[in-house]
Design a protein around this ligand. Structure first.
Ligand SMILES: [Zn+2]
Length: 216
C-alpha cells in the first residue's frame, strides 16, 4: 500500500464512520457531545494495533478513559513523570473513575523484547521504557520450570508484568488515596488476540481467571 493509498483508506474510514456509525447512533453521540464525560473506568493498555479496548469491553463513547503505551507500563510514581502519570492523576482525581484496568495481551512485542534484550539495542528510548518491566521479568524467570511448554515463559511474563504494573499504579498518590477511601478497585487483564478471550486478576488476587463467554 502506498502512503497516498493509506491516507485515502483512512479518509474513507472517517467518511464511513460519520455516515454509518455516528449517524446510526445519533442519540448516543448527541448525549456524549452535550454532557461532560464521566467514564467509569481507566484502561491502561498496550499500544499494539491489535488491542482495541472499546471493542474488547463493548464500550461506547464516554465509558472508558484510555491510555496506551508499549507494554501497558505504569512507571512507579516519581520515576518517569509524564503522560501516563498525568492520565492516572486526572482520571482518578478529576474524572473520579471507579475502576482501573491494566490490560496486557498475547504475542506482545514489548514482552518479547524483555525476553530478548538484544532486539532493542538500536532503540535506546524503547529500551529505557522497557525497564519498567524489569522486575516482572525477574519474577517470571523465577517461575520458570524445565517442564514449561513453548510460550509459557511469554505467558508468565505477560501476566507478571500486568501484576507488577498494578504495584506501580498503587505508588501514585491519587490511586493510593482513592484505594484507602475504598473509592476505586483495580483489575489486571490479559487479552488473547487469537481467541478473543480475556483472563482477569481482580486485585488483590494475583490469579488470572478466564472470563467465560457463556456468562457474558
Ligand atoms: Zn503489547
Amino acid at each position: 500500500m502506498t502512503e497516498q493509498t493509506i491516507l485515502e483508506k483512512l479518509k474513507e474510514g472517517a467518511r464511513r464512520f460519520q455516515s454509518e456509525v455516528h449517524a446510526g447512533n445519533a442519540a448516543e453521540y448527541e448525549r456524549a457531545a452535550t454532557t461532560p464525560q464521566q467514564p467509569h473506568t481507566l484502561v491502561i493498555a498496550c499500544a499494539d494495533s491489535r488491542v482495541d479496548v472499546e471493542s474488547i469491553t463493548s464500550s461506547g463513547p464516554g465509558e472508558v478513559f484510555i491510555t496506551r503505551n508499549i507494554g501497558n507500563m505504569v512507571p512507579a510514581y516519581g520515576e518517569m513523570l509524564g503522560g501516563v502519570s498525568a492520565v492516572i492523576e486526572y482520571a482518578v482525581s478529576a474524572l473520579k473513575v471507579k475502576h482501573i484496568v491494566i490490560c496486557g495481551h498475547s504475542d506482545c512485542g514489548a514482552m518479547k523484547a524483555l525476553l530478548s534484550p538484544d532486539s532493542t539495542a538500536a532503540m535506546p528510548t524503547v529500551r529505557s521504557w522497557l525497564t519498567n518491566g524489569q522486575a516482572a521479568l525477574k519474577v517470571a524467570d523465577a517461575l520458570d520450570t524445565p517442564d514449561d511448554k513453548p510460550g509459557q515463559r511469554l505467558r508468565n511474563l505477560t501476566e507478571q508484568n500486568v501484576l507488577m504494573q498494578i504495584n506501580h499504579l498503587k505508588t501514585h498518590p491519587s490511586v493510593a488515596g482513592a484505594l484507602a477511601r475504598n473509592e476505586i478497585s483495580i483489575s489486571g487483564w490479559v487479552y488473547d488476540i487469537g481467541s478473543g478471550g480475556v483472563r482477569v486478576a481482580e486485585d488483590p488476587s494475583r490469579a488470572f481467571i478466564p472470563v467465560s463467554a457463556s456468562t457474558v
